[in-house]
Write a protein that binds this ligand. Sequence first.
Ligand code: NAP
Length: 268
Amino acid sequence: MNSTPASAKPNVLILGGTTEGSELARLIADDDRIAPVLSLAGRTKSPKLPPIPYRIGGFGGIDGLTRYLREQHIDAVIDATHPFAERMTANAVAAARQTGVPLLRIDRPAWRPVAGDRWTVVADMNAAARALGPTPRRVFLTIGQKDLAAFRAAPQHHYVIRSVDPPAREALPPDCAVISATGPFGLDAERRQLQQERIDVIVTKNSGGMATAAKLTAAREAGIEVIMVERPPTPDVDTVPSAEAALNWLERLAAGPHRTASPTRRSE
Ligand code: NAP
């Protein structure tokens, strides 16, 4: 915890790159009780810039983030990174411990299978590539760019890869088509996509949220299998499910001496 006077606005670092990070930025843009800064990793070429102060690029590991929190007199950190941004989340937990700065995580609920779904749940991308099996299939890969290389080990399949920015060539499996697109994706568009590309199976991370959920409905309707990569373990930090709930936490922080009552601690 930094020694900002109780009367000053709390300085809040939001680790973003997600719908929730952008949503929180929008919610607090006109709130003069809070001094926020949104942090983006700098992965996407043309990120949508927030209506609040922002910074772009890594901090330099745990030490770099710890230094940043101290130098910028940060009073609270909101970790609104993606459920699969495992390293950034671990760094935030470690830096918050070292500095005593309160940390809240926004963790959007995971998707759950419903009647009619044909999900094969796997632990990681290598397991997902193996789960495709030996027979050539037409695979819709909606996993972003980072983990594509795992599918080079299953070159018998044709892959339709959708990602925000074009992936590096060396990461691609040999037989593939790349679609650069940014969500949200509507149900009609997803139905068309599966049909046009004659998709047999979808591979996705269990990201949760609405922006990319329509493909699951389209798959269910068409009886298409979904290979669902499970989330990494949830860190043991105070967690809320939405930007609105994070805003409530921040409002309590702004009203108090910049130390808040903890929300529910979740360790599922
Ligand atoms: P990661 O593997 O957990 O993080 C790798 C490194 O990237 C971190 O150690 C940190 O570098 C830097 N970094 C990550 N998020 C950052 C942020 N918000 N601000 C500043 N630096 C950040 O992360 P990732 O999975 O590559 O994700 C990168 C970004 O894309 C995150 O903002 C995440 O929310 C977003 N995103 C990820 C996914 C996904 O599936 N992984 C999907 C959608 C959006 P230093 O160690 O140098 O600080």
